[in-house]
Design a protein around this ligand. Structure first.
Ligand code: PHE
Length: 466
């Protein structure tokens, strides 16, 4: 069932909602960490080129499919070509998998935010605090519940009154907070016990200066792959989310302009997150402090806040509030996609489907929480990492399914339907699609090949062969 009038009120509402989906924990912990690991400015440069080529092609494709078919992934691919119905089902799987763990991470952020509200956060900086929290019986489930309830409430309110209205408040708030913390980060200085001084500006230089030392072809390919998988996750493409949001875009909206704005927003926030985190970690913990994954946010940063003295607490509150905003708008987009697909599939109203998806999310998220407790196991994944339940879900959705879906989508659009279908949708109101030539070339020749490589690398196939 398609709700009457379920659309964004205009271009700004759509851009902010889509940017809300794109800007998430990936921008804030993953991007800065990859940057520090992959040669600072060199990674920035590579990422920027990829955003302007791959990012723009994948985002335009998803949004145009949504707007032209006015359907969600499950039905949109079927509408494009009945034989490709399976691609809709495959795409639907991604948000269904991401939903199982995103609210768990949201719960961790909620926990840290509240900890800094009610205490000075010294405990949070102690060794073992994060591990003892996520492995405890009840606490992770309680905080996940708070976050999930907030998400469900926004989705329950609908597209315009829920998602759009919240994004219009939250996204500017997020930008303001991140700007304040980033500027503060640049002013930091710290003197070590041996008398050496490190400043925020040195940290900034470390962040933006390209480091070409030890650069080989193999190393460059590694950087390229890191940047590519980051791009996917960060733009929320190839998982049906941008198809769903695209289906809410009015026909008068200039898609080309909106897509550019979403890309600028997402990349801008990632860049600012680096400007906020890298100098702060550099000043207090040195270059070795850039831990990977969640430990950067939940283990390294509390140590940084602790070292800041009395300013640490307000900065921590602002930081986790901003993180919470970023995670909430992303989680909303995942849940909305599930709800919208189910409404279309079962012809039931939003409120009912919200309840059903809510129950699914709750049960699966509890299982994920227990993955660090009663259901703990360690599994070696094909990409070489070792993980628990959460990492397994993340691996299947992001490393396995997403490149595979992009590969199939590019074949469908590039070779079966033809790129003109998308170009026509972008130029619907007579706008000029400046990068149409680039689009046609990329979707036919470049995207399929690169996605195939990415897929093979992340499934570990290349390790078997080389
Ligand atoms: N794009 C979000 C980020 O950068 C992550 C996300 C993935 C959001 C999947 C929704 C769905 O963190």
């Amino acid at each position: 069932m398609k709700e009457k009038g379920s659309s964004f009120s205009g271009s700004i509402g759509f851009v902010l909602a889509a940017a809300g989906s794109a800007v998430g924990v990936g921008n804030i912990w993953r991007f800065p960490y990859l940057c520090a690991k992959d040669g600072g400015g060199l990674f920035l440069l590579v990422y920027l080129v990829l955003v302007l080529t791959f990012g723009f092609v994948l985002l335009t494709t998803d949004i145009a499919i949504g707007r032209k078919t006015k359907k969600n992934a499950l039905r949109a691919f079927e509408a494009l070509k009945p034989k490709w119905k399976f691609l809709g089902k495959l795409t639907f799987l991604v948000p269904a998998l991401i939903m199982t763990y995103y609210s768990v991470i949201g719960g961790w952020i909620t926990k840290y935010f509240l900890t800094y509200i009610i205490s000075d956060g010294k405990d949070a900086a102690a060794d073992g605090y994060f591990t003892s929290f996520i492995t405890s019986d009840i606490a992770p489930i309680v905080f996940m519940l708070i976050f999930l309830a907030l998400t469900a409430w926004v989705v329950y309110r609908g597209v315009e009154k829920g998602i759009e209205q919240f994004s219009k408040i939250i996204m500017p708030g997020l930008i303001l907070l991140i700007l304040i913390i980033a500027i503060f980060s640049l002013t930091l200085t710290h003197t070590d016990t041996d008398g050496s001084v490190r400043t925020g500006l040195q940290g900034l230089a470390f962040y933006v200066t390209p480091d070409f030392s030890g650069l080989t072809v193999k190393r460059f390919l590694e950087i390229l792959l890191d940047a590519m998988s980051q791009l996917f996750f960060s733009l929320s493409v190839s998982m049906g989310i941008m198809i769903t949001y695209g289906s809410y875009v009015k026909n008068e909206v200039n898609l080309n302009k909106a897509t550019n704005q979403i890309e600028i927003f997402d990349t801008g926030v990632a860049f600012l997150a680096g400007m906020m985190i890298i100098p702060a970690v550099f000043v207090f913990l040195g270059t070795d402090g850039m831990a990977s994954g969640p430990s950067l946010i939940f283990i390294s940063l509390p140590k940084v806040f602790n070292a800041m003295g009395f300013l640490g607490r307000p900065v921590a509150v602002a930081f986790f509030l901003m993180m919470g905003f970023a995670a909430l708008t992303s989680c909303v987009s995942v849940m909305e996609t599930l709800v919208a697909n189910c409404m279309e599939l079962y012809h039931k109203p939003r409120k009912k489907m919200c309840g059903a998806v809510g129950i699914y999310s709750l049960i699966t998220a509890i299982l994920i929480c227990l993955g660090y407790n009663k259901l703990y196991f360690e599994l070696s994944l094909p990409n070489g990492s070792v993980g628990q339940l959460l990492d397994v879900m993340d691996y299947i959705s992001n490393s396995f399914l997403m490149p595979f879906i992009s590969l199939l989508t590019s074949i469908l659009i590039g070779w079966v339907i033809g790129p003109d279908w998308i170009v026509g949708e972008v130029e619907r109101n007579g706008e000029h699609f400046k990068r149409a030539g680039l689009y046609r070339f990329m979707i036919r020749y470049v995207v399929p090949v690169v996605m195939l490589i990415l897929f093979l690398v992340s499934t570990g196939f290349t390790d078997l062969v080389f």
